[in-house]
Ligand binder design. Structure first.
Ligand code: GLU
Length: 479
């Protein structure tokens, strides 16, 4: 940006040192499905990297062997793919890197930044009970190395006891932790397994991660992780801790608020493009822009635009965004979206006949639908086969007089050009000849063509169904 121009909220701020390639990562623990909060974290990391020609990496934090499952990993990858977030390279398994983590712990011990601790968990527990609210400092921290016994030990970080650890967070600002309140955390347990806190740092370093964008429930971890980065002499990544998502009532999002799994939103028929737009706005803003496409999101997304207050999940807003994206989608993309949705929700795939009737109806349908089920509900006329069964309300519109008018209309339509203007003109003429308004024949027409009273415009339906099918459906009911 030329120096003469003042910064505006729309200018990307230099959150990256010029020229440094950006590497972000999403690091889910595979213990369940992809939560909406996790999906947003992944999206922010993806947008940040993709908008800067950087890399977006995936690391599966599967060190908790009891809780991690391959099914959960699969569900998370599936969720990310559904959302359209592609990652670079193969997903990395944290568990498989345990040897490397241990190696770093030993390196830290060798350079004096860590030490062996022979105090067992039971002893520490007893100490804590006797010293409530105090930070445990291992007696082995300053013990003479000559006194070390020949026994299993844990490796602890020799963390600074004085001063402060400050996280210069790109969202939260400077966050200060008193070092005397952070204990010498264990890096390697006495059974040789690395701790999570060590693993994260080693992995982020080895993966070349430049920006750690994640939920602010990890802010305290950042202080401990920063100490490990510092001890290794590795540069810290830029930390950006984003506030968690809350429900409409301002409380932490939970099942009680409705859908919380990304798959649930997919099953409710919000297209992925709409979810990307909506989730991007959940906690981040770019001026007053509410509706945008992927290219805009990639160009605009930045860290200064992330707010410090928790964003609230708002289903009404989501519907609005979803309606916009359905309307903006081209017909072919919308059709594939519908097909994927049907398969995903365990419904039969569309037959070629259904596709041929649905396709011409899409321009009208997509203007009104806010979700895919809403669209499919309005598209029902195109998906059903003859004979059309009228529901109770629609059946009432098929009284003998109306049936007579439909018979006349059927005859008059035989020679009509199948254009909207022509169809309207023919219907108008028949209505006039019977001394009724167009509305009076629309109701039985809806019943005959769709078996319902709430349908798209009768002319849109006639055009989508085509001459043959329309006349056949009218012939089925006309008296
Ligand atoms: N595995 C952690 C989680 O799922 C994320 C850790 C991180 O992003 O550093 O919450």
């Amino acid at each position: 940006m030329p120096a003469s121009q003042p910064a505006t909220p729309h200018d990307p701020l230099p959150d990256t040192p010029a020229g440094a390639p950006v590497v972000t990562r999403f690091a889910p623990s595979p213990t369940g499905y992809l939560h909406i909060g996790g999906a947003r974290t992944a999206l922010f990391n993806w947008l940040y990297a993709r908008g800067r020609g950087g890399k977006f990496l995936l690391r599966i934090e599967d060190t908790d062997r009891a809780r991690s499952t391959p099914e959960a990993t699969e569900a998370i990858l599936k969720g990310l793919s559904w959302l359209g977030l592609d990652w670079d390279g193969e997903p990395i398994s944290q568990f498989e890197r345990a040897d490397r983590h241990a190696e770093v712990a030993r390196e830290l011990m060798a350079n004096g930044s860590a030490y062996p601790c022979y105090t067992g968990p039971a002893e520490i527990e007893a100490w804590r009970e006797a010293h409530p609210n105090q930070t445990f400092v291992s007696p082995w921290r300053d013990a003479d190395p000559a006194t070390r016994p020949d026994a299993p030990y844990a490796i602890r970080l020799r963390a600074p006891r004085e001063g402060q650890t400050v996280i210069a967070d790109a969202v939260q600002g400077d966050v200060t932790f008193r070092n005397d309140q952070l204990d010498d955390m264990v890096l390697l347990r006495s059974d040789g397994t690395p701790t999570y806190m060590l693993a994260v740092v080693v992995d982020d370093h080895d993966m070349g991660v430049t920006h750690v964008i994640r939920g602010d429930d990890h802010l305290t971890n950042a202080a401990r992780q920063a100490q490990v980065f510092d001890a290794m002499g590795w540069p810290r990544p830029v930390f950006a801790h984003i506030p968690l998502i809350h429900g409409t009532d301002g409380k932490k999002l939970s099942k009680r608020h409705g859908a919380v799994g990304l798959h649930e939103f997919a099953a409710e028929g919000y297209p992925a493009a709409a979810m990307r737009n909506y989730l991007a706005r959940l906690g981040w803003s770019h001026g007053d822009d509410e509706l945008f496409d992927d290219a805009q999101a990639r160009a605009w997304f930045d860290l200064p635009g992330i707010g410090r207050a928790p964003a609230r999940l708002d289903f009404r807003k989501l519907e609005h965004v979803s309606g916009h994206h359905i309307g903006a989608m081209d017909d072919a993309a919308l059709l594939s979206e519908i097909m994927a949705f049907l398969i995903e929700t365990g419904r039969p795939a569309l037959t070629p006949v259904q596709v041929s009737r649905l396709t011409p109806a899409l321009p009208a349908l997509k203007e009104k639908a806010k979700t895919l089920p809403q669209l499919l509900d309005q598209a029902r006329f195109a998906l059903i086969d003859r004979p059309v069964e009228a529901d109770e309300k629609a059946a009432k519109a098929l009284d003998p007089v109306s049936k007579g008018i439909l018979a006349e209309l059927t005859a008059a339509l035989q020679n009509a050009n199948w254009t909207r203007d022509d169809l309207e003109a023919v219907a108008g003429t028949v209505a006039q000849a019977n001394g009724v308004g167009l509305g009076k024949i629309a109701a039985p027409l809806r019943a005959a063509l769709a078996g319902r009273t709430a349908t798209p415009s009768v002319f849109d339906m006639m055009i989508a169904l085509g001459r043959e099918e329309t006349l056949a459906r009218l012939g089925d009911v006309a008296g």
